[in-house]
Design a protein around this ligand. Structure first.
Ligand code: GRF
Length: 203
């Protein structure tokens, strides 16, 4: 049996991507296990989802730390204690700082609900609708110091339909997010991702 990589997942909200990752791990679709889920939001639904899968969940409320540096060093400590190989941001609503990144070089990935480099930042689906694009989608990428910017691993496109609302487009994109996030993790687990400058080469 292939060795499983250890994941740490950071989530601030509902956690449907976390759920998809947990299910992929449980079904053996990916050679990975979630060792810890961390949320910055007490009461986030993601924490409940972790509990249902018997995965340790930790809350690090930014408000109780005097600086971003302290807050992130507590998170890094937790992730290191669980010996994670890869960190997945799944609806984590904060910008990851320098020290965090330096602790896990090329080992933090994110999912964004648009085809980057289009529509980075908040409310990507609303941005896409307002711009009038006919296709949107989602992107899994390594993170760097800029928001929604690092080397792209996988993307999936979905059509924007005539009567779409933010909600309907969001749901169509989420379905693809759930699929490609696990695919990207599996590529990482198989050692098939090589970061070469701005680009990711899939071996
Ligand atoms: C997703 O659309 C993800 O791309 C974005 O935040 C949303 C999180 O959704 N970064 P969920 O918490 O995984 O349901």
């Amino acid at each position: 049996m292939p060795k499983k990589i250890k994941l740490g997942v950071l989530a601030s909200g509902s956690g449907t991507n976390l759920q998809a990752i947990l299910e992929s791990c449980a079904s053996g679709r990916i050679d990975a296990e979630v060792k810890i889920v961390i949320s910055d939001v007490p009461g986030a639904k993601a924490l409940e989802r972790a509990k249902k899968f018997n995965v340790p969940a930790a809350i690090h409320d930014r408000k109780i730390y005097s600086s971003k540096k302290e807050y992130e060093s507590a998170i890094v400590k937790d992730l290191k204690a669980h010996e994670v190989d890869l960190i997945c941001l799944a609806g984590y609503m904060r910008i990851v700082g320098k020290d965090f990144l330096a602790a896990f070089p090329n080992r933090v990935i994110n999912i964004h609900p648009a085809l980057l480099p289009s529509f980075p930042g908040l409310e990507a689906q609303k941005q896409a609708l307002e711009y009038g694009v006919k296709m949107s989608g989602c992107t899994v990428h390594f993170i760097d110091e800029m928001t929604d910017h690092g080397p792209i691993i996988l993307q999936a496109a979905v059509p924007v339909l005539k009567n779409d609302t933010v909600e309907s487009l969001q749901q169509r994109i989420l379905k693809e997010e759930h699929r490609i996030y696990s695919e990207a993790i599996q590529l990482y687990a198989e050692g098939k991702l090589r970061v070469e400058g701005r680009k990711v080469k899939i071996l």
